[in-house]
Write a protein that binds this ligand. Structure first.
Ligand SMILES: NC(=O)c1ccc[n+]([C@@H]2O[C@H](COP(=O)([O-])OP(=O)(O)OC[C@H]3O[C@@H](n4cnc5c(N)ncnc54)[C@H](OP(=O)(O)O)[C@@H]3O)[C@@H](O)[C@H]2O)c1
Length: 255
């Protein structure tokens, strides 16, 4: 039984990695997915490979531009008249310790990871009715205090905090808001120096990087009716990295 049959979903930031996996999984589960990316090739929707009748509509938009994002919602409003599921996945990670944080670094991180998220959600709720679900992609970084991750980690802590507030504000309308917080996933981590990647893997109790489809499965749970009594929550997809002590000499927390 498909989990998102006939639902209208918007996934912000889906050109690669986790966002692409979420858009594909939602389509496989029957959703009509508007999937934004800076590099999207607009054209006829791509039908999912399953028999659920879902599809992905690629929408070219820069998640860093609020004007682009407004146009995405305008497009969905004119074509569908509603949104059932919003996923805000676009996010940027860059390192800088306190003595190196520049205004540009701060604005890049908070502009995408927080500012975009707020106004995407604001646009989406105008088109959402009872039963709507907002899924925000956070990170375990928000509670680890890893050196050099100050702006990124605090931006994701902000994501977590907004989810709590919005869950409260939107509950009377029957709209749920939750966070999926991945640990190290085989997307950006595949590009990390091998030594660092191996060191991180040693600190993950399950002993490997996560896969984008494993994050998509968590997003699917929170997007659909299986989580109908879940709001304001955070679902970790981290192989235990931020939950229990890793197998290495240090916990992930102090890396
Ligand atoms: N990989 C991990 O280990 C990990 C761990 C915890 C949390 N996360 C979070 O998971 C989400 C997806 O990450 P990922 O691993 O799948 O990375 P990714 O493949 O680099 O995807 C990042 C997404 O963010 C968008 N994006 C990045 N920089 C942008 C910019 N400057 N302007 C506009 N859009 C930009 C991209 O948009 P386009 O589609 O337009 O290219 C892409 O869709 C992010 O929010 C990230 O913080 C990842």
């Amino acid at each position: 039984m498909s989990k998102l049959t006939k639902r209208i979903a918007v996934v912000i930031g889906s050109g690669s990695g986790i966002g692409a996996a979420i858009a594909q999984r939602f389509a496989l589960e029957g959703a009509n997915v508007y999937a934004t990316s800076r590099n999207a090739e607009e054209g006829p929707p791509n039908a999912s490979s399953g028999d659920s009748k879902g599809c992905v509509h690629p929408v070219r938009a820069d998640a860093g531009s609020l004007a682009d994002i407004k146009q995405v919602f305008e497009k969905v409003r004119s074509k569908e008249g509603r949104i059932d599921v919003l996923v805000v996945n676009a996010g940027l990670s860059e390192n800088a310790s306190l003595d190196n944080i520049s205004e540009e670094h701060f604005d890049r991180i908070f502009g995408l990871n927080v500012r975009l998220l707020v106004f995407a959600a604001q646009n989406a709720i105008e088109l959402m009715k009872a039963g709507g679900s907002i899924v925000l992609i956070g990170s375990i970084a928000d509670e680890l205090g890893r050196k050099g991750h100050g702006a990124y980690a605090s931006s994701k802590a902000s994501v977590r905090s907004f989810a709590r507030t919005w869950a409260n504000e939107l509950a009377p309308k029957g709209i749920r808001v939750n966070v999926v917080s991945p640990g190290p996933i085989a997307t950006t981590w595949l590009k990390a120096p091998e030594e660092l990647r191996e060191a991180v893997i040693k600190l993950i109790p399950l002993g490997r990087l996560g896969r984008p489809d494993e994050v998509a499965a968590a997003a699917l749970f929170l997007a659909g009716d299986d989580s109908s009594f879940t709001t304001g929550s955070e679902l970790y997809v981290d192989g235990g990295a931020a939950q229990v002590q890793g197998s290495g000499p240090h916990t992930y927390r102090v890396l």
